[in-house]
Design a protein around this ligand. Sequence first.
Ligand SMILES: [Zn+2]
Ligand SMILES: [Zn+2]
Length: 245
Amino acid sequence: MSTGRCLCGDIRFETRATPAWIAYCHCASCRRHTASPVACFVNVPLSSVEFSAERARYVSSPGVTRSHCARCGTPIGYETAKRPDEIDLYVNVFDHPEEFAPGSHGFEAERLPWFDTADRLPRAADGGPAVSPPSRLGGFIIDCRTADLWSAARFWSEALRLPLAELPGAEGQSYVRLESRDLHIEVQRVEHPSRVHLDIEADDVEAEAQRLEALGAARVAAVHDWIVMQAPDGQRFCVVPRASA
Ligand SMILES: [Zn+2]
Ligand SMILES: [Zn+2]
């Protein structure tokens, strides 16, 4: 069971439901209602929620009712005539919002340009279903021509203020991971001159390679399950399968 309350405690609620979805909303109305750069909703059946007191209501657009505490003003939820059996509760009215990690972004098109979250969740331009782009920048590989991978890795760890993570098995012989919240960064021991190359991760590596060829890139080599490519300017980069994480 999950419980929650407004700031003053006049309105308390509990629900036994498991949320159908948890999502950010970047729309301007949610931002106004919460006075916050982004709102986050936990969707549960309306019938699963028991409130201790009446909520104040405001019809913000035809069919849409937003509720809040009349005394302290805490925003409580969002209800729409399009989904009359559901309520989207603002994540922060829960006593344990840490239990509800968002799974997607809505109204990405209205996101404030100076605000973003460090995640790789699928995004929808509007209120529709959120989808992941078929490819995106996956991260950077720092190619180091060195006999001592770990001393190179320690330099980059200190330089970038990112902790080191040893990789298991054969991968660990050539790569050291730098722990970063939002980008995949690895230090790699190579035979060619040192440089940095970037990885584009894709759901369909072959289709992505063909898209990039159409943009003027050339295939250099196929290694394991990734494709090494060269941009028209000569930069090398790799197309790799999307990380499962
Ligand atoms: Zn209150
Ligand atoms: Zn919204």
